[in-house]
Design a protein around this ligand. Structure first.
Ligand SMILES: Cc1cc2nc3c(=O)[nH]c(=O)nc-3n(C[C@H](O)[C@H](O)[C@H](O)COP(=O)(O)OP(=O)(O)OC[C@H]3O[C@@H](n4cnc5c(N)ncnc54)[C@H](O)[C@@H]3O)c2cc1C
Ligand code: SF4
Length: 328
């Protein structure tokens, strides 16, 4: 591991200022991703600004919805009564991720910013445009069984590996961030992560030095009818091949509104307006769900080793919607 400076931030502004002042500095939260990346020599910060003493751990009711501190752990978030009762989809997505030990350390801000699990990204002997821009994409013609089928570019075919963000997208979350000057802004979760395009080294639309302070959820009408399904190579401690976050609002036997977000298929959580339109105004039946699944995957473009994800994705959508439509 390369040497680095360790700085403990006393408040949010000091943390944002310290990172903004040094292009090689990074925030440190639970450390479950960034420290691994540093040990593998994939990330090479010369300074870590420790956030763990900041008072950003609160989860509280706010404006009819809930505000979740960026430094709250995944465990505390998943178990909080406000989340369990009003946003069970988020609880399900969080506990589908990692392991209990990791979730005890992992924070919500860090979870949103975890980096891809593409094996070429982690292997510094291989080309990777995300790790070292301009070197090429090892996965494009290589082992790409885990990679994207939607929204990829010739520069990068990686997927975003997180679970929590898929549920947050279905629940219309916004991410509150604070810059070095103390200025705050909110980013809708759907605009937080990026597609790779020609700049796959940028995972998100966050500026360097901007600190995530909270994730805000509006009041939800989906609590009764939502479900998170994660399909993976083994039952736990594995990243999604395909994940589906689905939420329905039902009104007298008709779907009033729907959310369908896929994980494990693109460089960002992939919401499907086509699937949602196919569901709107229809009865919650297997036939409607199949139409939605076809609509969601109609533009999928598989790589050499991941065409299976198209059929898997369709079946996962149908199964998730079937579960979501049952009375809770
Ligand atoms: C073996 C293993 C399996 C896993 N499986 C899953 C899984 O199945 N599903 C899943 O979703 N996740 C999984 N994870 C990922 C895990 O959930 C993340 O590593 C964790 O959520 C990151 O949070 P952290 O607080 O440890 O972040 P850190 O490692 O401390 O930071 C990660 C990144 O976020 C930045 N950062 C942290 N906090 C902030 C903030 N407030 N503002 C701005 N930037 C910030 C850091 O600078 C760094 O770049 C797994 C991890 C491991 C090691
Ligand atoms: S898919 Fe992206 S992360 Fe993986 S090797 Fe290609 S450029 Fe790197």
């Amino acid at each position: 591991m390369r040497p680095f400076q360790y700085v403990r931030a006393s408040d949010a502004d000091a943390a944002a200022r310290a990172v903004a002042a040094n292009p090689q500095a990074r925030f440190l939260a639970g450390g479950t991703n960034i420290l691994d990346l540093m040990k593998e020599d994939v990330e090479r910060p010369n300074e870590l600004v420790d956030l763990t003493r900041l008072e950003l751990t609160e989860i509280k009711a706010a404006g009819g919805g809930v505000s979740i501190g960026a430094l709250a752990t995944n465990t505390d978030t998943a178990n909080h009564p406000l989340i369990r009762h009003n946003y069970p989809l988020l609880t399900q997505a969080i506990v589908a991720g990692a392991s209990a030990q990791l979730r005890n350390m992992a924070t919500n801000g860090g979870n949103l910013l975890q980096r891809t699990r593409c094996q070429y990204f982690y292997d510094t002997a291989m080309p990777c445009n995300k790790r070292d821009p301009g070197t090429g994409c090892g996965a494009l013609e290589g082992l790409n069984r885990m990679h994207a089928i939607l929204g990829w570019s010739a520069q990068c075919v990686a997927t975003y590996p997180g679970d929590m963000a898929n549920a947050l997208y279905a629940l219309d979350a916004v991410v509150r961030v604070r810059g070095a000057g103390g200025r705050e802004r909110t980013i809708p979760i759907g605009e937080f992560h990026r597609l790779p395009g020609d700049t796959p080294e940028q995972d998100t639309n966050l500026q360097h030095g901007e600190l995530i302070v909270a994730i805000e959820l509006p009041q939800s009408t989906f609590a009764k009818h939502s479900y998170y399904l994660k399909v993976r190579d083994r039952a736990s401690y594995a990243f999604a091949l395909v994940a589906v976050a689905a939420a329905l609002e039902l009104d007298r036997g008709t779907i009033r509104q729907a959310r369908v977000v896929l994980g494990g298929v693109a460089h960002k959580p992939w919401r499907s307006p086509e699937a949602e339109a196919a569901l709107s105004g229809r009865p919650p039946s297997e036939a409607s769900f199949r139409q939605a699944a076809e609509a969601a995957l109609k533009d999928a473009k598989p790589l050499a080793h991941n065409a299976y994800k198209i059929e898997l994705g369709k079946r996962a959508i149908v199964r998730t919607l079937m579960r979501a439509s049952r009375v809770a």
